[in-house]
Write a protein that binds this ligand. Structure first.
Ligand code: S5P
Length: 456
């Protein structure tokens, strides 16, 4: 491998940096212009660049490489060939939903992907790529960049928790060129003044999370379509978890807060006085107020047992539940026993401290969920591929944890960080002295967080 300086001088000869007076895309007048694309016209130099970039990543662990389109594509390809790491390709053009994929190549959610970028200015293109890649369930920790124009992009990405490794900063480049008599003292000063005086640009990035309308168009299961339609109609993404112990309390709460929610989530096995009459009453409130019935049974057994638990016993869940939760612990076949009419929500990741649902578990849970047609989404605490709806429990506006291991986030945080679809609120509502007022508060705050999430 040659030195960085030698590499730069060779690349300079190809015309990757020009000095003069240039108008940038942003309208700013710049005394230099950088374009790294010519490097691909010199295969030896491209190979050299690939080695330099791989060297920056020598302490990183990753399963895949992806270049930010288009300029970094040859670089990422060369790195893939050099390192034997599979390449994935991100499309630049927007796709017609449900037809074309945004990421091409073979990958599985949960894998770690390194991003490669040629020049970073505000970080906008990188953030758009990150969103697309993370939406498919891939993890990004490290980003490698050939040249940092020192305009705010690197700090923005670091703030968001990514490691950014850059081969050069623009300042280093001009210093090296000056040292090698390729730049006059005056030009050097001019550029340095420009760098000092140019305002830091903050990337304004359109969120790539899908809207409820877009998600409804993607979903084929009736329960998924229904919950999204209710969300749009009621301007609510709130699921109330009514973890109370009597049928009277459930019915009263359902009646009181029914207008503000998309579903009532239940743990029917904690109700003392369950009866068929209660089910009839609850269904009638659900019809009147337009919300779904969601039994949080968290099935976790072999298929044969789960089937008996779902269809039989006291509760006959299959008779009335629109949605159910199930673990994936017993493997894919155990999930195939549920009636196709019920929407299954798998438990991919739990909200409790020290949960065993680590990254690898989540990755396998997502794979299984994507293979079963009536799985409509997952309970999780981080982003999911856009084919699955994300249901987030552990939401509370007033607490950050309880004393039994539960962790809470605000609606704003779970939308902003995880692009959730539905918030699940238990004690925040049913324990309050005024559940109606509190439910309205969560409805409003969840909806505002969603609107903010789709607009940024
Ligand atoms: O990881 C999880 C999964 C679920 S479904 N963490 C959870 O808290 N839940 C459920 O969400 C939990 O069983 C309870 O019914 C609800 C959270 O209630 P809260 O009172 O903590 O808001």
């Amino acid at each position: 491998m040659i030195s960085k300086e030698e590499f730069l001088l060779k690349a300079y000869k190809l015309g990757i940096i020009k000095f003069g007076n240039f108008t940038l895309k942003s309208g700013i007048q710049s005394p230099f212009y950088v374009d790294l694309r010519p490097i691909a016209s010199d295969p030896e130099l491209l190979k050299e660049l690939s080695q330099q970039l791989l060297n920056l990543l020598k302490k990183s662990c990753y399963d895949l490489i992806c270049g930010v389109p288009y300029a970094a594509l040859p670089m990422a390809t060369a790195m893939s060939l050099d390192s034997g790491t599979p390449l994935i390709i991100k499309r630049k053009e927007s796709k017609g939903y449900g037809t074309k994929k945004m990421l091409e190549g073979i990958f599985k959610s949960g894998q770690t992907c390194v991003l490669v970028e040629d020049v970073i200015t505000s970080g906008k293109s990188l953030i758009e790529t990150i969103e697309e890649v993370e939406k498919e369930g891939l993890r990004i920790k490290d980003i490698v960049v050939v040249l940092d124009r020192e305009q705010g992009g690197v700090s923005l990405l670091k703030e968001k928790g990514y490691n950014v490794y850059n081969l050069f900063t623009i300042e280093e480049v001009v210093d090296l060129l000056y040292k090698n008599n390729l730049l006059s003292q005056e030009e050097l000063q001019n550029i340095k003044n420009f760098l000092k005086s140019t305002p830091i640009v903050t990337a304004q990035v359109k969120s790539s999370r899908l809207t409820y309308e877009e998600k409804a168009a993607l979903q084929s299961h009736p329960a998924a379509k229904k919950i999204l339609e209710i969300a749009i109609k009621k301007k609510s993404n709130l699921i109330a978890s009514l973890d109370v112990s009597t049928t009277q309390e459930v019915l009263q709460l359902a009646e009181t807060i029914g207008d503000t929610i998309v579903a009532v989530k239940l743990h029917t096995d904690i109700i003392k006085d369950f009866s068929e009459e209660y089910v009839i009453k609850l269904k009638s409130i659900a019809n009147k107020k337009n919300f779904l019935l969601f039994e949080d049974r968290k099935f976790g057994d072999i298929g044969n047992t789960q089937q008996m638990q779902f269809e039989g016993g006291l509760y006959k869940i299959s008779d009335w539940a629109d949605l159910i939760t199930s673990h994936v612990i017993a493997g894919e076949d155990s999930l195939k026993i549920f009636d196709s009419k019920v929407g299954i929500i798998t438990i991919a990741e739990m909200s409790s401290s020290a949960t065993l649902t680590d990254e690898n578990y989540k990755k396998r849970a997502i794979e299984i969920s994507e293979n079963i047609s009536n799985v409509i989404g997952c309970v999780a605490q981080s982003k999911l591929p856009s084919s699955l709806l994300l249901f987030t429990p552990g939401v509370n506006l007033n607490s950050i944890k309880d004393k039994k291991g539960q962790n809470f986030n605000t609606p704003e945080k779970v939308f902003d960080k995880n692009h959730t679809d539905f918030i699940i609120v238990g004690r925040g509502i049913y324990k309050s002295t005024d559940p109606k007022k509190e439910a309205l508060k969560y409805q409003k705050s969840g909806w505002e967080a969603y609107l903010k999430n789709i607009s940024i």
